[in-house]
Unconditional design. Structure first.
Length: 196
């Protein structure tokens, strides 16, 4: 098995764990009562390196109480170690953020980032769908290679920016990515779209 195949196998194994956690915690079912749920980010495109799941919930009338209704029963589960909430409706994110930490083992804790948006806020769902269509085996491998290299250094390679760097900038290593990224604010929402 070559390096590319090994990276793909590791990502697939992590994806399986993520999907099992989504199912075990019934995240889709719990949130579906309050809006349309989309798995986005690395799990949404199958390029999982870090133990992190991202969900977006679109609601015509997002209510904080709905998030507490979802999180309350989850907080009772023995492996759920922490739940946090941030009201970012008046910030650039324009949503409600929930974070759940799930201790899979003594060595591995998964985080689940959940954003609740109104139907008028553009989130990551369309980007996730577009990426699933345009990523080739070579670009998928490049993304995994950069993400794994960043993780091995204890750093991160923010997804939106990494996908753009690989697809539009031809980036193939973490050093190239850092150079390409320059002094961009990685917390800024990007309007980039593949082929756009």
């Amino acid at each position: 098995m070559n390096g590319s195949d090994e990276r793909a196998a590791r990502a697939e194994a992590r994806l399986q764990v993520a999907q099992e956690l989504i199912s075990e915690l019934d995240l889709i079912g719990r949130w579906s009562r309050y809006g349309d749920v989309t798995v986005v980010g690395s799990v949404g495109i199958g390029l999982v390196v870090e133990p992190d799941i991202d969900l977006e919930i679109r609601s015509d009338e997002p209510r904080v109480a709905d998030g507490f209704a979802v999180m309350g029963p989850l907080a009772e589960l023995p492996k759920v170690r922490r739940i946090t909430y941030l009201d970012a409706r008046d910030r650039h994110e324009q949503g409600q953020y929930w974070k759940l930490e799930y201790e899979l083992s003594d060595e591995v804790t998964w985080t689940v980032d959940m954003w609740v948006f109104g139907s008028d806020v553009l989130g990551g769902g369309p980007l996730t769908a577009a990426l699933r269509e345009v990523l080739t085996p070579a670009s998928r491998d490049a993304i995994l290679a950069v993400k794994e290299e960043a993780a091995s250094l204890g750093e991160r390679a923010p997804g939106y920016w990494l996908y753009q760097a690989v697809l539009d900038g031809g980036v193939r290593s973490y050093d190239e990515f850092r150079h390409w990224l320059g002094d961009r604010n990685v917390y800024e929402r990007t309007g980039w779209f593949p082929g756009g």
